[in-house]
Design a protein around this ligand. Sequence first.
Ligand SMILES: Nc1ncnc2c1ncn2[C@@H]1O[C@H](COP(=O)(O)OP(=O)(O)OP(=O)(O)O)[C@@H](O)[C@H]1O
Ligand SMILES: [Mg+2]
Length: 309
Amino acid sequence: MPKKLLAIGDINVDIMMGGLASLPQVDREVTCESFEITMGSSAAIFACAYASLGGRISFLGLAGNDAYGDYMLQGMKDFGIETELVRRTDRVKTGVTVNLIYRNTRSQVTYPGTIAEFSGSDVDEKILGLINHVHFAGPYQQTRFRPDITRLLRLAKDRGVTTSLDPQWDASGRWEYMAEWLPLLDYLFVNQDEAMSISGASGIEAACTWLAARTSCPLVKAGADGVYLNDGDKVMHVPGRAVQVVDTTGAGDTFDAAFLFERMDGSKAPAEAAVFANAAAARSCLFVGGVAARSSYQDVVGLLTERGN
Ligand SMILES: Nc1ncnc2c1ncn2[C@@H]1O[C@H](COP(=O)(O)OP(=O)(O)OP(=O)(O)O)[C@@H](O)[C@H]1O
Ligand SMILES: [Mg+2]
């Protein structure tokens, strides 16, 4: 039986408005060239990427009793994700992020809805006895759930379940609970801005070193530059895979999923898993939105064995 992963986190749709004629202006209407509704949220994009590679994954989160909730659940099922643990609610609507893409900039407006409403009471702890790894994504928008994460990480550790977390950005800059989470994590996934904000360090390598003194294996994602990681010894840089980028939405979550997919059976070293993860993340940049790449294992291997880079 392949090892099983559980993703816990946010559920929201992404509304992508591409090719804006100009940045939005107060009391004016601007038009755009393209419009799409796609599956969003750090945790759901992560789960879709993991399932596309062929991994067994279950999702735990909260969706609204509305059309977008149906859309997200059906989408996850179509990817082969187990969704029995997703709760539904009438209290708020499913979260929505509107992405306004103007030239190479992306401005986002989010209705948090189910993202902020999700709480520890939606989690049945028995699940921790049935999985091998648990991944938390996007806790800084999950205001009600955030205080429960330390307890769940401890429970996971007690049961021999490995753990990871991708905090995404904390707009308050306070990184509440991070100090409690770091020692309980097998892997911490952050990008360079997040790493520098959490550590107070002014460079990416210094931030990675600071994190490695507090957590088992920090991975600091650096966009086209790939990733910096430290699994105990020293900071290693694994360069990114050069591609003609279309849209980077979800690249970070895809990186996390592909890295864990490679690490789950323990046969690949972290630096080796990072090479694969960079390629999976780069491939996700060739498509609009977070889940359109649908990269299979072979797709990623194909990109890795292409000439160039
Ligand atoms: N322009 C790019 N070219 C090639 N690979 C890229 C590019 N941008 C991102 N990637 C790949 O995606 C990974 C994650 O990207 P990034 O550093 O933007 O993380 P992130 O900020 O967590 O992403 P997200 O916005 O999805 O949360 C990188 O480590 C790299 O492997
Ligand atoms: Mg990220």
